[in-house]
Ligand binder design. Structure first.
Ligand SMILES: C[S@@+](CC[C@H](N)C(=O)[O-])C[C@H]1O[C@@H](n2cnc3c(N)ncnc32)[C@H](O)[C@@H]1O
Length: 217
């Protein structure tokens, strides 16, 4: 599974940003047809708005991918200490290039299921479009919780099952087979159960087949 992820993101790295940001006509059509028109740029904007513009603490961005959505925000938070982590060597390399020159930002290659950080290290853990890609979601929930400080915020967005038949079909038959997504995928109720077990003050929203939320440890 690990190699499948390296391979999948190696082959898609050149089109990744275009598809997610709907840079071309084809990307726009793909999102309109298969994702009920859910705009990833808009979801990213909402997710990032949970983080104050004058934030000064520690942030873990996992998985950072190419940093296509987080670059601008991270560069503006000059008083925050930001760690960006991704499993794919190719994706983290692109994030490194985008964020180079920022002394408060560190990019590392690693596995969300085995984070190389001490417990209670971060004020915020951000996971954008990550949990539908992580092969071991149990470990990912456990590790993101472990490295978060008590009172810290877990902020995320990702695909959930059961909201759109065409999206569920695409995910099962294409995206998961290619290795970009990794089953099993929770439904909204299953996700809420997991979050309620670990976190409080859950602010959760659904946009098409995507969920985004902020909650407190
Ligand atoms: C859809 S991308 C999201 C990237 C970025 N957050 C964004 O929104 O553009 C999913 C990312 O998850 C990464 N990934 C998959 N499994 C991982 C793991 N076990 N640990 C860390 N990153 C992982 C992939 O390498 C890929 O870059």
């Amino acid at each position: 599974m690990a190699d499948k992820i390296q391979e999948a993101y190696k082959t898609s790295k050149s089109i990744y940003d275009d598809v997610l940001t709907q840079g071309s006509f084809f990307s726009k059509m793909y999102i309109k047809i298969f994702w009920s028109g859910t705009d990833d740029n808009e979801v990213a904007r909402k997710v990032l708005s949970y983080i104050p513009n004058d934030f000064k603490g520690t942030i873990l961005d996992v998985p950072v991918g190419t940093a296509v959505f987080t670059e601008e925000k991270w560069k503006s938070l000059t008083n925050a200490q930001i760690t960006c982590l991704d499993y794919s060597v190719d994706m983290i390399e692109q994030a490194r290039k985008r964020l180079e020159g920022c002394s408060n930002i560190t990019c590392i290659q690693g596995d969300v299921g085995n984070l190389p950080m001490e417990g209670s290290s971060f004020d915020i853990v951000l996971s954008m479009n990550g949990f539908h890609a992580f092969p071991d979601k149990k470990k990912a929930f456990r590790e993101t919780y472990r490295v978060l400080k008590p009172g810290g915020k877990f902020i995320a967005c990702f695909y959930i099952k059961g909201k759109s038949r065409i999206t569920d079909w695409l995910v099962k038959n294409i995206l998961a087979k290619k290795g970009w997504f990794s089953p099993p995928f929770p439904t909204e109720d299953q996700l809420l159960k997991i979050l309620k077990h670990l976190y409080k003050d859950i602010d959760l929203h659904v946009d098409g087949a995507m969920v985004y939320f902020c909650c407190k440890k």
